[in-house]
Design a protein around this ligand. Structure first.
Ligand code: ZN
Length: 137
């Protein structure tokens, strides 16, 4: 089951600079975390049931660095929270949906994450995430 929009991912040159507008809106900026799998630094800014996720590359080969090079800063992906990520990946595969990740990797707060290719999704990069069991997220 897809539960909700977990977050909207935004590719930034600088988390610090991009945070300012959210701070000015009175929103609380979370703790900056590094996700080694994706070569990014990440911060979550919670808004109701969802969050804005600011992403900053830690390496020029990072998917975020390459995205900004091609398209500039901006909205990068939408993340849906699911209850069973491996089951969803299996279902998508069986329907012939093009996946970037065929198995889940590690995301923010230890969540399991996997990406669906934007080619078959109207140009939108979709992230599936399953919160870690007993995690603090
Ligand atoms: Zn994300």
């Amino acid at each position: 089951m897809v539960k909700k929009i977990a977050h909207i991912g935004v590719a930034t040159q600088s988390i610090a600079a991009a945070s300012e507008v959210y701070e000015a809106l009175g929103m609380t900026i979370g703790r900056v975390e590094e996700v080694e799998d994706q070569q990014v630094r990440v911060v979550l800014i919670e808004v109701g049931e969802s969050a804005v996720e600011l992403l900053e590359a830690t390496d020029p080969a990072s998917p975020i660095a390459r995205f900004i090079e091609k398209r500039g800063e901006g909205i990068h992906h939408i993340a849906f929270e699911v209850d069973d990520i491996e089951k969803h990946l299996e279902l998508l595969r069986s329907r012939g949906v093009e996946l970037i990740d065929t198995v889940s990797g590690k995301g923010v707060h230890g969540a399991a994450v996997a990406f669906i290719h934007p080619r078959g999704a109207g140009g939108v990069l979709i992230e599936l995430c399953e919160r870690s069991k007993g995690g603090d997220a």
